[in-house]
Design a protein around this ligand. Structure first.
Ligand code: ATP
Length: 394
């Protein structure tokens, strides 16, 4: 039976005066306002550092979650949000300031390191440079006096990963390319029969093609072995491709955890809405007015009727939910066009009043830079957020 990992109230505070000199983050409200102003580059919206009591850095803040047996959980968030710190705590490499990690109900601290069975692939593969690949792969078996299993293991893993490790086996890591080192690192990780897999941006050194290929191999491997896995990344495509569920972190906190559909269709707040999805949701500030949402240049309604008049609201619209419509009440000016031929669509970067908005339109519509488009929003395809707290309203 695969392992269950439970994190209870994990908090990590680093005692580093120098870190505290970095600028404190803005308040939640000004973050949202900023996000709206900046436009669609979600990664630029979130400051990488957390507000903290003098001289201390709260890298992880009260994170509780469960990784179910055999599940792959992706941890996604902007740079500096605490992903690596959290993973290092799960690996037992860092002690949390508060909280605990349980493997199958047993506190990690009570399990001797040799029995934890953690297979890790981090950004730096940390292969042993002086050992040929074959010895790197078999290192842990050798350590445990199970050398006779090595040849069969290597055969099995090569087959599974659909790569011929043979030409690589006799070579030492410094003579291998980044992609080859990556495969050896994953093979080594597998060869030790891990109870859990922990990955931290393992493909960051690979080029786009190798990244995709290796991702497919890893996916195959995770499906075959069903080993409980945590996969840290800031690359949404990777998280979506590999993970059964995704946890979104921001400023040390767990903001939302769920399947792709849950996060995409019902983001808990404007941050998740403006972060998750490629491109992310368009967000427009406005107010409740006579049962509609009223923005600077257009209105939408009806919306839920229980909101007080003039409540500040953010209207969220996914790029695919704008529709070209001559009778529509939205005017967008085209600034940039990015065709995606494989999907027969184009991303159209526009300006609606003073706000940037991205539309996802079929490629057959010929649009031109500078053109004014008339748009409407597909029925019921909007999201509403409270502007002050950022929380989802509908
Ligand atoms: P990235 O995606 O850029 O790798 P991350 O989400 O993995 O970022 P962490 O590396 O976990 O973020 O760092 C979270 C915060 O804790 C950052 O603000 C970082 O500066 C701080 N931090 C991390 N390690 C230490 C340390 N050893 N001492 C002090 N502060 C630290």
């Amino acid at each position: 039976m695969p392992t269950t990992i439970v994190l209870r109230h994990i908090t990590k505070i680093f005692e580093t005066p120098s870190e505290a000199e970095q600028p404190a983050s803005e308040s939640a409200i000004s973050n949202i306002v900023n996000a709206l102003r900046i436009g669609s580059d979600a990664s630029a919206r979130t400051p990488g550092h957390l507000p903290e009591e003098l001289g201390r850095q709260r890298a992880v803040d009260d994170v509780s979650l469960t990784v179910y047996p055999g599940e792959t959980l992706g941890i996604l968030g902007p740079s500096g949000c605490g992903k690596t710190t959290l993973l290092r705590i799960v690996a037992g490499l860092l002690r949390p300031t508060r909280g605990e990690v349980l493997y199958d109900g047993q506190p990690l601290e009570d399990i001797p390191p040799a029995e934890r069975g953690i297979g890790m692939v981090f950004q730096n593969y940390a292969l042993y440079p002086h050992l040929p690949s074959v010895d790197n792969i078999g290192f842990f078996l050798k350590l445990r006096k199970r050398e006779q299993e090595i040849p069969q293991r290597v055969r099995e893993i090569s087959r599974l990963m659909r790569i011929d490790l043979k030409p690589l086996l006799s070579r030492k890591p410094p003579t291998l390319s980044g992609g080859e080192q990556q495969r050896v690192a994953i093979a080594r990780c597998l060869a030790r029969d891990p109870r859990v897999f922990l990955f931290d941006e393992p493909f960051s050194n690979l080029d786009a093609k190798l990244r995709t290929d290796t991702r497919v191999e890893l996916k195959r491997l995770l499906q075959r072995y069903r080993i409980t896995t945590i996969y840290v990344t800031h690359d949404q495509t990777e998280a979506i491709a590999l993970a059964d569920r995704i946890a979104i972190m921001r400023e040390g906190r767990l903001v939302q955890i769920g399947t792709f559909e849950q996060l995409y269709n019902a983001p808990v707040n404007a941050f998740v809405a403006g972060f998750f999805g490629k491109p992310a949701m368009n967000l427009f500030p406005g107010f409740a007015h006579h049962g509609t949402w009223e923005g600077a240049t257009f209105s939408y309604g009806p919306i839920r009727s229980d909101l007080n008049e003039d409540t500040p609201l953010i209207l969220g619209v996914r790029p695919e939910h704008f529709v070209l419509d001559n009778t529509g009440n939205i005017t967008a000016i085209v600034e940039l066009i990015e065709p995606i031929y494989g999907e027969r669509i184009q991303l159209v970067y526009t300006r609606i009043g003073s706000h940037r908005a991205i539309l996802r339109l079929p490629l057959r519509h010929h649009v031109q830079i500078g053109e004014q488009l008339r748009l409407s929003i597909a029925t019921d395809q909007v999201h509403l957020f409270d502007q002050e707290s950022g929380k989802r309203l509908a």
